[in-house]
Design a protein around this ligand. Structure first.
Ligand SMILES: O=P(O)(O)OC[C@H]1O[C@H](OP(=O)(O)OP(=O)(O)O)[C@H](O)[C@@H]1O
Ligand SMILES: Nc1ncnc2[nH]cnc12
Length: 171
């Protein structure tokens, strides 16, 4: 795991004063490290009854689509507002440095789906909680959540108590 941690760059005061931004671009830039991260990321989910992988725009797309590829499952994008072309369901939420919205196509999932939600980072959990609600609004079940990074000191898990959560790197 230290090999992966070495590929996460701290950027102080981005995007706001007081935030230490965990930059995953050095990890994405290194093919061996990226493969290793995805290898570890999928381990808890192998052989499980999961029907789809969902990821949040934008950094969740990087890891979510690689996990979907690795598990040979559909990838469902949760997008920033106004980007999805078909009927979409929307939700607003707060995150570590502001507020935002995400959308999902209303036909992306149904009541038979058991979804693995993947993102790069768990901070307050606002993004993840809203994403779970979006998935559940379509009648689907959230099977588990997977993150590359968890900021333990923010304790985003407290608002995700009902869910199984796995994270590779803890700060
Ligand atoms: O746990 P939280 O406090 O909700 O924060 C975590 C979220 O913040 C970042 O996304 P951001 O909204 O910055 O979008 P990006 O992926 O487009 O950079 C990150 O990729 C997570 O999705
Ligand atoms: N500290 C942080 N670094 C990178 N992405 C984030 N999303 C929310 N908080 C973050």
């Amino acid at each position: 795991m230290q090999r992966l941690k070495d590929k996460i760059r701290d950027i102080p005061d981005f995007p706001k004063p007081g935030i230490i931004f965990k930059d995953i671009t050095p990890l994405a830039k290194d093919p061996a490290a990226l493969r290793l991260a995805v290898h570890y990321l999928v381990q808890p989910f192998l052989g499980r009854d999961i029907t789809a992988v969902a990821g949040m725009e934008a950094r969740g797309f990087i890891f979510g689509s690689l996990v979907a590829w690795e598990l040979n499952l559909p990838f469902i994008p949760l997008r920033k507002p106004g980007k999805l072309p078909y009927d979409a369901q929307s939700i607003s939420y707060d995150l570590e440095y502001g507020s935002a919205s995400l959308e999902i196509h209303t036909d992306a999932l149904n009541a038979n789906d058991r979804v693995l939600l993947i993102d790069d980072l768990l901070a307050t959990g606002g993004t993840a909680k809203a994403s779970c609600e979006l998935i559940e609004q379509l009648g689907a079940t959230v099977e588990a959540l997977g993150f590359v990074i968890e900021l333990d000191f923010i304790n985003g898990r407290k608002q995700l108590e009902d869910y199984e959560i796995h994270a590779l790197l803890h700060y």
